[in-house]
Design a protein around this ligand. Structure first.
Ligand SMILES: [Zn+2]
Length: 61
């Protein structure tokens, strides 16, 4: 899975495969997705390529 460090609160979190699919769908045609930090609600820019690889290695059940 993918681990994101929030640029505001500096806490780490891991979006679920389902959330990643949503971000990929929303980010079509862009280079980055805005991934919401569950701790403080800050949007963190994450490269779509990273998200794609995360679901490739952890396909939804
Ligand atoms: Zn945060």
């Amino acid at each position: 899975m993918i681990s994101v460090t929030c640029e505001k609160c500096r806490r780490r979190f891991t979006p679920t495969a389902e959330e990643i699919q949503t971000y990929l769908a929303a980010g079509q045609g862009k280079k980055h997705a805005q991934v919401l930090c569950p701790h403080c609600g800050k949007e963190n820019k994450v490269a779509l390529e990273r998200l794609r690889e995360a679901v490739r290695f952890a396909p939804p059940a």
